[in-house]
Design a protein around this ligand. Structure first.
Ligand code: FDA
Length: 391
């Protein structure tokens, strides 16, 4: 049996950051992962360019049963701290929109940077190890198909359940549960929404069309693009709203934000009385969408023959289209998992389980889930730093 000061399960974003920080503090650290390469999700993130942080990071950009939990870690390891590391490694970057920072080159640079930092402080990385058991007596013992490892500190950093075909598992959740930690309900998030029945019939032919809109769920409001798909809706506004949506509830779309559409349509009845509704709608919406909505929502007649009541109803619907999704495209398409290890049992300073000395949980496995736009990596870095600073 080989012994260390800390064993980290998962060589992803949070695990590598925790190992790096613990190594910098002189700890002997082992990182174990079942995958053949480290940082698989970093590699595919941001379309291969890794949206590695967001300069607008605030606790309000995260979902959690306890919205205060993330504050301490996010304050101690900030987007500026990660950017300093990126610049130290001379990785060129750019800001896309809304504070989202991406590599100019490739996500590979971020993985290479983390691996170089870990190597520089003597972190041992063992990939391709299948973890078969974790036990705790005086220390934690991790049994794998290629050896047994022990340490007084164990960091659970195997991420969430999204993209199982890339090797995502619920290992951290299972171990946490076995050690008596509570979990919050988990579900796919940052995920396309699916529809059925008449709504799907309306949406499917529009597949591939993107429109600027505001998507709403509960008190959350996301002004970004909405994309029609052959199963329903996607695009950044929908991915964002999916995290706030609960099965069975409706979301709302404003397809013409900032416009008084009811007044506009009633006015067009006078000024464009011979025009077809699809033509009038086509002046403010893409032609394909205008045609589909006019056909679904209004009688087939020129504007002059439409009733004010119908035009106002359509105007109201365009500004507040209430839609109840049938579901989501699930973990196969979700960027993240919502929920996880309940923060009530963790220290917000060190990510340590209050009831199990030495056990830490970080990254996506914790019930802290960021918005789209670099927030999830910032949480991985910050929670990883917090644990690495403590083990
Ligand atoms: P992560 O998933 O990074 O790491 C977990 C590690 O544990 C992996 O190396 C895995 O192999 C290992 N593991 C899992 N099960 C195991 C087991 N049973 N035994 C051993 N090892 C195991 N976020 C963002 O901020 N900006 C972005 O641009 C993107 N883009 C993006 C694109 C796509 C397609 C996805 C799916 C996700 C994103 N994300 C993102 C989200 C981001 O990737 C995610 O939130 C972080 O990687 C989470 O970091 P963790 O370290 O917690 O888990």
């Amino acid at each position: 049996m080989q012994t260390y000061d800390a064993v980290v399960l998962g060589a992803g974003a949070a695990g590598l950051m925790a190992a790096m920080r613990a190594g910098q503090r002189g700890r002997r650290v082992l990182v174990l992962d079942h995958a053949p390469q480290a940082g698989s999700k970093i590699l595919i993130s941001g379309g291969g360019r890794c949206n590695f942080t967001n300069t607008g990071t605030t606790p309000e950009r995260f979902f959690s049963a306890n919205p205060h939990f993330c504050k301490s870690a996010l304050k101690r390891y900030t987007p500026a701290d990660f950017l300093a590391l990126v610049e130290k490694h001379r990785i060129a970057w750019h800001e896309k929109t809304l504070g989202q920072l991406f590599c100019d080159g490739s996500s590979r640079q971020i993985v290479a940077m983390l691996l170089a930092e870990c190597a520089a402080v003597g972190v041992e990385l063992r990939l391709g190890h299948r973890i078969t058991d974790v036990a705790r007596a005086d220390a934690f013992t991790v049994t794998t198909d290629r050896g047994v490892f022990s340490a007084p500190a164990l960091v659970l950093a195997t991420g969430g359940l999204s993209i199982p075909k890339m090797g995502a598992t619920g290992l951290s959740l299972d171990i946490a549960r076995r050690f008596g930690l509570a979990l919050t309900e988990t579900r796919p998030a940052l995920v396309p929404l699916t529809f059925d029945g008449a709504l799907l019939e309306l949406m499917r032919p529009l597949s591939g069309l993107a429109v600027p809109a505001v998507a709403r769920a509960g008190r959350h409001r996301f002004p970004e693009a909405v994309l029609f798909t052959h199963r329903g809706l996607s695009g950044p506004a929908i991915l964002q709203v999916s995290s706030a949506w609960k099965p069975g509830e409706a979301i709302a779309l404003d397809l013409l934000p900032g416009q008084d559409v009811q007044a506009l349509l009633v006015e067009k009845k006078q000024s464009r009385h011979k025009a077809e509704p699809r033509t009038v709608l086509g002046e403010v919406l893409p032609a394909r969408l205008a045609q589909a909505l006019a056909a679904a929502w209004l009688p087939d007649a020129p504007m002059a023959r439409q009733t004010d009541r119908d035009l106002r109803r359509v105007g109201q619907t365009l500004s507040h289209w209430s839609l109840t999704p049938a579901g989501t495209e699930g973990y196969a398409k979700a960027e993240v998992m919502l929920g996880g290890v309940d923060t009530a049992g963790l220290s917000s300073r060190s990510m340590a389980a209050e009831a199990v000395p030495g056990l830490h949980v970080i990254g996506e496995a914790v019930d802290v889930t960021g918005w789209l736009g670099g927030y999830n990596f910032q949480w991985a870095w910050a929670s990883g730093w917090a644990a690495g600073d403590s083990v």
